[in-house]
Design a protein around this ligand. Structure first.
Ligand code: KG4
Ligand code: ZN
Length: 340
């Protein structure tokens, strides 16, 4: 059974995972280690690239050792070494990809460059072990993408965001509301006791043909609501916060859900898959579950540990590539704007 060591370092999480599996069988995650930098970047309200790459260099080697010891595996037993090669922050990608190439060269084993978005896309299928044809919605901090997936490596983009990603909108609105970074979980928490119909926020691009998204108008609508209500400080009154968060969250979910269902119908797919950090949102998951039940669609979601950035999803993509003997040259570049 092939054994893959995977490294993810595209943004602010340093992650190392070890996966083993056979074609068509559930993949075994032997270790999945993460050194989160969230606390480090929180004081700046977002990710600082130079700090991120410096911390990847600090944490990577101990994480590799930790993963090997948790899994009870020796470096010499690893068959392939995978790493995220894009998209992401150049200086962060370089650390993980270079480390994986060095390990591969030293062990005389193949290196596999993985697209971070493909990692997210495949993450709902780790436990299944194979990837059925489906309609995929990737909703993360950097991307909002609808793809028609015929199988592994066979992706057709149907739509993406024209401005902010859904997670980015959560983060920016949270910042306006004085909530800490990352904003998604904070907004979800505050929204729990709020009325999602309290504020009538826009659902952008619903009437236009195609499957593109836009979230910047919604963000601006929240900003105008805030300044209208509290012109002097821009601070929301505490009583309004749950209603505001619930209404904003519902506007995002409405657009994501309706576009995903329409895209699934358009592509003739019976299965829908959700991945990326925003797919952790329980209200979003609940509404997708209900809608898919009504529309007779099968829904696959990534398990919570596989939604935000992690190396197990990169390892699963690496495992599928290992089955096909599709490897990357050691001089393959990183690409901060790598498309899927
Ligand atoms: O997939 P991810 O870790 O990073 C990227 O690859 O971009 O996603 C991080 C994003 C952040 O924008 C964060 O606010 C959002 O996912 N997020 C959430 C929730 N948990 C994380 N958004 C809404 N509700 C959540 N519970
Ligand atoms: Zn990601």
């Amino acid at each position: 059974m092939p054994l893959v060591l995977a490294i993810e370092s595209s943004c602010d999480e340093t992650a190392v995972a070890l996966l083993q599996g056979e074609p068509g069988q559930p993949a075994h995650i032997l270790a999945s280690e993460i050194a989160s930098q969230i606390e480090l970047h929180r004081v700046y309200g977002g990710v600082v690239p130079e700090l991120a790459s410096r911390n990847h260099s600090l944490h990577l080697r101990p994480l590799v050792e930790q993963a090997l010891s948790h899994a009870g595996v020796r470096l010499a037993e690893i068959d392939t070494f995978a790493a995220t090669s894009g998209p992401g922050l150049a200086s962060s990608l370089l650390i993980g990809a270079t480390a994986a190439k060095a390990l591969a060269a030293a062990a005389r084993r193949p290196f596999i460059a993985i697209n971070h978005l493909e990692g997210h896309l495949l993450s709902p299928f780790v436990e299944l072990g194979h990837v059925p044809p489906h309609l995929a919605l990737i909703v993360s901090g950097g991307h909002t993408l609808l793809l028609d997936v015929a199988g592994p490596g066979r992706y057709q983009k149907l739509g993406s965001t024209r401005d902010d990603a859904a997670g980015e909108a959560f983060d920016k609105v949270a910042k306006m509301l004085g909530l800490p970074y990352p904003g998604g979980p904070e907004i979800e928490k505050a929204a729990a006791t709020g009325n999602p119909a309290a504020f009538d926020f826009p659902r952008s691009m619903m009437k236009e043909p195609g499957f593109d998204f836009s979230f910047s108008g919604l963000k601006t609508a929240v900003l105008y609501t805030l300044t209208d209500r509290q012109p002097a400080t821009g601070q929301v009154q505490i009583g309004d916060l749950p209603d505001l968060c619930a209404s904003f969250q519902q506007a995002v979910i409405d657009v994501l859900l309706r576009k995903s269902l329409a895209a699934a119908r358009h592509a003739g797919r019976q299965t829908l898959a959700l991945s990326g950090g925003v797919s952790l949102n329980r209200t979003l998951r609940g509404q997708f579950e209900q809608a898919c039940l009504q529309e007779d669609l099968a829904l696959h979601t990534a398990s919570p540990g596989l939604c935000t950035d992690n190396a197990a999803m990169i390892g699963f993509a690496g495992l599928l590539r290992t089955f096909e003997n599709r490897f990357s040259p050691l001089d393959s570049p990183i690409d901060p704007n790598l498309p899927l």
